[in-house]
Ligand binder design. Structure first.
Ligand code: GLN
Length: 227
């Protein structure tokens, strides 16, 4: 029996799996969750790399996206808005069905299996078998920048901006650690990870002109779809 593939439709395919785009030259359509946070900066980064960013606010906006970005902002606000817009379950479903996702900062918190120092009962979209600690590096005044070496990113370290950033406290065995802090006052903390088609970082790659982390994500999305 042939399998109908709506990409993300809010309902699973027969196999319950996301079907990535197969056409070679068509730009990837990347949904950016646009409830709160630095949405435009991610859209700019994706456009610079030749992808087609679309704002995602409602379940119907998920139709046809090849991948998703969950921006930084405030995870407690984003999850409340996701509940209000009836987006939490569709996003959990999208992640479970294999839609590639990149989360930055609050986006990392929202992809974690478990959140420490979250609000009581703070839920997430899942996708990463990690425990994250919210605001782990401190408050707004403790924000910092550091050059970070990221596995899979060629051409030397990247400038990484940490703003009320989480760190990853534990990782499951299927999780790849992509980067750790080095010279900040909290050294050797895990700040970028990947698991299958889901990637996340504690910092804000969208706030610098360096597009290499978004490029790595799009490369992984394309690799998955055989482009
Ligand atoms: N501390 C924020 C949170 O928990 C994340 C901050 C950010 O995205 N810059 O969601």
């Amino acid at each position: 029996m042939s399998r109908v593939c709506p990409r993300i439709s809010g309902t699973p395919t027969a196999a319950g799996k996301h079907c990535p785009k197969k056409v070679g030259t068509v730009p990837l359509t990347v949904g950016v969750l646009a409830l709160q946070g630095d949405v435009d900066e991610h859209r700019n980064a994706l456009s610079d790399l030749g992808a087609r960013p679309v704002a995602v606010r409602r379940p119907s906006d998920l139709a046809g996206v090849d991948a998703l970005v969950i921006p930084g902002g405030e995870s407690t606000a984003i999850i409340k808005l996701a509940d209000a817009f009836e987006m939490t379950e569709p996003l959990q479903h999208a992640v479970q069905s294999g839609v590639p996702v990149l989360g930055s900062c609050a986006g990392m918190v929202l992809l974690a299996r478990e959140v420490l120092d979250g609000e009581p009962g703070q839920t997430t979209f899942g996708g990463l078998d990690i425990t994250v600690r919210r605001n782990a590096f401190g408050r707004q005044v403790d924000s910092f920048e550091e050059d970070i070496t990221i596995a899979g990113v060629e051409g030397g370290p990247m400038r990484a901006i940490f703003i009320r950033a989480p760190w990853v406290e534990t990782v499951g065995e299927d999780v790849e650690v992509l980067a750790r802090t080095s010279q900040a006052y909290h050294a050797d903390k895990v700040v970028a990870v990947a698991q299958g088609s889901v990637m996340a970082c504690s910092f804000h790659p969208e706030l610098t002109p360096d597009r290499r982390l978004h490029a790595l994500f799009l490369q992984r999305v394309k690799g998955r779809s055989g482009q």
